[in-house]
Design a binder for this molecule. Sequence first.
Ligand SMILES: NC(=O)c1ccc[n+]([C@@H]2O[C@H](COP(=O)([O-])OP(=O)(O)OC[C@H]3O[C@@H](n4cnc5c(N)ncnc54)[C@H](O)[C@@H]3O)[C@@H](O)[C@H]2O)c1
Length: 405
Amino acid sequence: MTISEHVLVTGGAGFIGTHLCKALLDRGARVTAVDSLAGERLPALARLTQHERFAFLEHDITIPLVWDTPVTAVMHLASPIGPALVRDHPVQTLLAGSAGTVNALEIARRHKARIVVVSSAEVYGDPEVQPQPETYTGNVDPAGPMSGYQEAKRFLEAMTTAYRREHGVNTGIVRPFNVYGPGMLTSDKRVVAAFVVTALAGQELVVNGPDAVRSLCYVDDFVAGLIAMMDSDIPGPLNIGAPDGTSIGELANLVVATVGSGTVRIGKSAAVGGAARCPDITQASQLLGWVPTTSLQQGVSATVAGMRTMIEAQATVTFDVPTAWRTLIPQGQVLQCRADSIGSALRWLTETYPVLAPRLLSPQGQLVPWTNVYIAQDNVRDLDGLHTGLRGEVTLTMLPAMAGG
Ligand SMILES: NC(=O)c1ccc[n+]([C@@H]2O[C@H](COP(=O)([O-])OP(=O)(O)OC[C@H]3O[C@@H](n4cnc5c(N)ncnc54)[C@H](O)[C@@H]3O)[C@@H](O)[C@H]2O)c1
């Protein structure tokens, strides 16, 4: 078979990226994923690497990429995402949207390839218009708490439009709203993943602002929209999202019913997460013939099944808490979590006990290389670092170098 299609996917190791790579492989394309592996590695990436038409390149797209292999399309998804991450790392977030986007556009320009860049509904900020059509120009504070992400995406759209106008590059812009589905990390703090993980643990889902509304698009539907955009010459921007809003209270009840464990409690604090965003998808339906087809119930069922499998595959990790930490976390004599890598176990530790973050994170907020963690299972020093897989029951012993100072 001659393979005529070669797609370069930046952010291809992420949640949407792995689904996109799989869908492209399924239709016969050759796929190269470029990703800095800034986040945790998803099991889906390991499965993709088994495929003969899939290649993976570890690279930070904010640094120019010398790329000579012809490509027919570039899909630019690489970006930090999630309120906590983008608030803590606005510089890296703005660089991904600016330098990263220019580097992706340059690859498309050199290869005369179609490029689709993935923006966000965050370009609308706190919208004063419901639902949002693409013509709504947004309500964004350039110095607000989410400005690193919002302005990164607004710049991404501006630079993509500039490459089309000035360099004649065949560009397309999509604006996703919330996308969910199997393959989300169990450490993901966004609402669907957080609810599913809590319910699977049989715990209480605390719902602050049950009437707050979100647009929740199942990942397969979203990827179908992305590929339809890739196959077109439409510049966009196009909203790709679920037009029917779901209230957080409704979502919580559906998750608990689907999982069969957990309870819902209405919390006292106000709704978190800003104003409701719901897309007007008239343009996507008229220009691409795209509408989402997965019901919320189907999507939540598939998500629960996927996340249940992911959690079951994780090891129970017990931390051997160093003496030096016992004054910092006096309640933490025996700490346990479920994790599939040293990186995710240590990430859990820093999130659960922020007081430990200075010992576990670099000044840039990245987990530092783990040359001083022992795995009690076989007492082998972890030279591979962050991503070493964990199986079964594991004890992590932190050595004095990590526990001190
Ligand atoms: N998931 C959603 O609900 C949603 C909503 C709106 C927009 N988006 C956008 O969709 C895209 C994908 O989101 P996702 O949910 O798959 O997130 P994700 O965090 O799972 O994936 C993003 C990937 O980008 C990589 N990355 C980050 N910075 C990079 C860099 N400088 N160089 C190379 N790789 C880098 C990360 O390692 C990660 O694998 C992002 O651009 C995001 O802004 C997603």
